[in-house]
Design a protein around this ligand. Structure first.
Ligand code: KIV
Length: 295
C-alpha cells in the first residue's frame, strides 16, 4: 500500500483502535519523529504512529527519556502530523508534563493535540487515574503504558524486565485494570514476561500493545531506529528487537562513497552541473583549448 493510496482510506481513530479488541487482527504501532519516517510508517499500513519520548535516546543522543520537554515533543508531533498520515498519531507526554498539577496536565495534553496528535500516551498505572480523567475531560483519548516505564528509570533501578515476581505481576494486572477503568482506549505493555502480558490482555476490555511482552498482546510496537538497524554499534539491543534492515550500515557506506567520489574527482559529473552557456563561457575566457566548455 502506498502513502498516496493510504490517504484515500479512512483515518484511524482512537475509538477504531479500541474496537479492534478481540478481533484477532493484531494492531501495529511504530514510532516516528519526523516527516520522512512518518511517511514510511504510514505507507506500511500500520494503524498508529507513536511520536515517543524515545526521541530523546534514539534521535537526540540522551541516555534516558527524561530530558525532553513538551515543546520538544510538540516539535516532533507537528513534523509527523504535517504528512497528514492515515495512521493515528499518538503524542507521548514527557516526564513532568502530567505529574505536577491538573492544570499543567491538561495544558500539556492540549499542546500535543494542537501540534497534531490524535491522542496522548502517558506512563504509570492506577496512580495516573486522576490525570487520565482530567485529559479525557478535554475529549482527548488517552493510551496507557505500564510494565517497564522508561520515565521511572531511576525508581526502577534501570531498564529492566518488570513483573517477574508474583506480586509484581499481579500489580501490573491491577494497574492495567485501573487504566481501562479510568478510560484508556489502549495500553502499552513494555518488557514483561509473556504470561503477564497474557493475564493483562485477558483482563482488560481494551487492546494491549506489546513491546518486549511476547505474542499474547492485541498488537505490537517497535521503535523505528531499532527496527531499521540504527543505533550506536556499542549499544546493546534488547532481545525483543527484530532488525529488518541495517540502515545505519547502509547509510555509512553510501556516505563513504560520496566522500571518495568528491576526493577522487568523480563528483559532480557534467550531468550534475548547471552549465553556463558555451558562448558566454567563451566570451569570458573561462575555458582553455584543452577543456571544452561543457565537459
Ligand atoms: O517512547 C516510546 O518509543 C515508547 C515505546 C517504547 C512504547 O514509549
Amino acid at each position: 500500500m502506498t502513502s498516496s493510496s493510504n490517504r484515500c482510506l479512512t483515518p484511524v481513530t482512537a475509538p477504531a483502535v479500541a474496537a479492534r479488541k478481540g478481533s484477532g487482527e493484531p494492531l501495529v504501532m511504530i514510532t516516528a519523529y519526523d516527516a520522512p519516517s512518518a511517511r514510511v510508517v504510514d505507507a506500511s499500513g500500520a494503524e498508529m504512529i507513536l511520536v515517543g519520548d524515545s526521541v530523546a535516546m534514539v534521535v537526540l543522543g540522551y541516555d534516558d527519556t527524561l530530558q525532553v520537554t513538551v515543546a520538544d515533543m510538540c516539535h516532533h508531533v507537528a513534523a509527523v502530523a504535517r504528512t497528514r498520515p492515515r495512521a493515528l498519531v499518538v503524542g507521548d507526554m514527557p516526564w513532568l508534563s502530567y505529574h505536577v498539577s491538573r492544570e499543567d496536565t491538561v495544558r500539556n495534553a492540549a499542546a500535543l493535540v494542537r501540534a497534531g496528535a490524535g491522542c496522548v500516551k502517558l506512563e504509570g498505572g492506577a496512580k495516573r487515574s486522576e490525570a487520565i480523567h482530567a485529559i479525557l475531560d478535554l475529549e482527548i483519548p488517552v493510551m496507557g503504558h505500564i510494565g517497564l516505564t522508561p520515565q521511572s528509570v531511576h525508581a526502577l533501578g534501570g531498564f529492566r524486565v518488570q513483573g517477574k515476581q508474583l506480586d509484581a505481576a499481579r500489580a501490573i494486572v491491577d494497574d492495567a485494570i485501573a487504566l481501562a477503568e479510568a478510560g484508556c482506549f489502549a495500553i502499552v505493555l513494555e518488557a514483561v514476561p509473556d504470561g503477564v502480558a497474557r493475564m493483562v490482555t485477558d483482563s482488560v476490555p481494551v487492546p494491549t500493545i506489546g513491546i518486549g511482552a511476547g505474542r499474547h498482546c492485541d498488537g505490537q510496537v517497535l521503535v523505528w531506529h531499532d527496527l531499521l538497524g540504527f543505533g550506536a554499534p556499542d549499544r546493546k539491543q534488547p532481545k525483543f528487537v527484530r532488525r529488518y534492515a541495517e540502515l545505519e550500515l547502509d547509510a555509512t557506506k553510501a556516505v563513504e562513497r560520496f566522500v571518495a567520489d568528491v576526493r577522487e574527482g568523480r563528483f559532480p559529473s557534467s550531468a550534475e552541473t548547471y552549465h553556463m552557456a558555451d558562448q558566454m563561457a567563451e566570451g569570458l575566457g573561462l575555458y582553455g583549448a584543452s577543456e571544452p566548455a561543457n565537459a
